[in-house]
Design a protein around this ligand. Structure first.
Ligand SMILES: [Cu+2]
Length: 138
């Protein structure tokens, strides 16, 4: 009986705490000094990123995204499993990124970049884009 109560209590705590944990991983909340929301709708969230030389960002998550470097950038990603990856970007370079959870350390100069985070099921968006063609055939 005590075990059952404990399980119910833990489940209730997880239910209450989970949304807070999820929002704590939003880069805009984890590192508000580095991320500025330029646009947000049902399809994308566009972020302007400015990371000072030597700055560190705590662990946070991104959905799939496109990253455009407006300046050169150099840094180190750390992942939840303890692994790390060095990255280097050149001004004008554009990258695709799959959904990821990482911490970031800027090991180069000040970084200025634009990130477009993807939202929602993209196949559904493609289907919507095709609908007008079907209507034209009628
Ligand atoms: Cu990040």
């Amino acid at each position: 009986m005590k075990v059952t109560r404990l399980i119910i209590l833990l489940a209730a705590m997880m239910w209450v705490l989970a949304p807070g944990v999820a929002s704590a991983q939003d880069p805009v909340k984890v590192a508000p000094q580095d991320y500025k929301v330029l646009l947000e709708n049902d399809h994308v969230r566009v972020l302007e990123i400015t990371v000072k030389a030597g700055a560190k960002e705590a662990m946070h998550s991104h959905p799939a995204y496109v990253l455009y470097f407006m300046s050169d950038g150099k840094g180190k990603y750390s992942f939840p499993d303890g692994s790390t990856k060095e990255i280097e970007g050149k001004a004008g370079q554009t990258l695709w990124g799959d959904p990821v959870t990482h911490a970031f350390e800027n090991t180069g100069g000040d970084v200025h970049a634009l990130m477009v985070e993807m939202k929602g099921p993209h196949k559904m968006m493609q289907k919507k884009a095709e609908e007008p063609k079907k209507m034209e055939k009628k």
